[in-house]
Design a protein around this ligand. Sequence first.
Ligand code: NAP
Length: 302
Amino acid sequence: MTDSLYLISGATGKTGGGTVKLLLERGHRVRAMVRREDERSRALAAAGAEIAVADLHDLNGVSAAMRGVTGAYLCHPIAPSLIEATVNFAQAATDAGVRSVVDMSQISARRDAGSDAARQHWLSERLLDRTGLLTAHLRPTFFAEWLTTWWELRDGEGYLRLPFGEGRHAPIAAADQSHVIAALLTDPEPHDRAVYTLHGPVELDHHEIAAAMAATLGFPVHYEPISVDEFAAAMTARGLSPHLVQHLSHVAVDYRNGVFAGTNDNVERVGHRVPQSVGEFVTAHKDRFDLSGPNFVPAESC
Ligand SMILES: NC(=O)c1ccc[n+]([C@@H]2O[C@H](COP(=O)([O-])OP(=O)(O)OC[C@H]3O[C@@H](n4cnc5c(N)ncnc54)[C@H](OP(=O)(O)O)[C@@H]3O)[C@@H](O)[C@H]2O)c1
């Protein structure tokens, strides 16, 4: 056990949860920031994490969670007030004498992004870089987990109904990103002010993604391209927030324009981990493909 203490926000989420687990396995002290005590926080505590109940929009709560912390992971969902959360996080970290912050951003983050959330991610990166903290920013392409969220199972065949045209990306699993986050938290100096795009190992279009999924699942999987408007209408009908609908509609256009494309060796070089292929991800999450995902766009919405 080292003296260092790492604060992980989004600890009940995909990248944060994996990072808590990894750091604990490696003998580090971890404080998991959660929004409420529930069975997920109790599982984190049982694994050995300290628990801090705080909301990123509550400065006093975040400040209490930062006490004694060496390095902190900032993870905010696609939801309003990312910039306010970043300001709270930066101020609380600075006040507490925290050394470094690892910031979850995204590949579409840029000053002139059409997505409000993507532009706010870019601003949050710049804001953190104006502090005295050591900072590193992660800009993943679409997570491999997307393939479970928008998945439809119909008559024994799988469908991905998405507005991505013939664009390409290399899906990156959250578990692989956790290796990068843990590496940056425990050795921040060489990465100060770095911006790392994160990709899986193989860039594919969605026809090729569907084929890779079919090969693993053992039944046909089809990619059915839909329009951005149809996707937006389906998201709204399913109760997704206007902020998320605005974001995903704009990044769908980004995706078609190649913003999410590419691959690199950042996961291996920084995280010392070979990232999972689509086939390996599907194998590791096979049960998630037994049912339609929570936000799938059903054919009857055509
Ligand atoms: N999904 C993608 O394809 C993709 C691609 C690139 C970048 N990203 C970035 O990834 C980030 C999301 O990361 P993730 O997928 O690991 O997270 P996630 O699984 O979506 O989980 C979000 C976490 O944040 C917590 N949370 C939500 N609101 C909060 C608040 N106000 N205060 C404190 N905690 C709060 C949630 O707690 P509860 O569980 O209690 O709600 C949960 O632990 C976003 O910033 C997004 O831009 C995602």
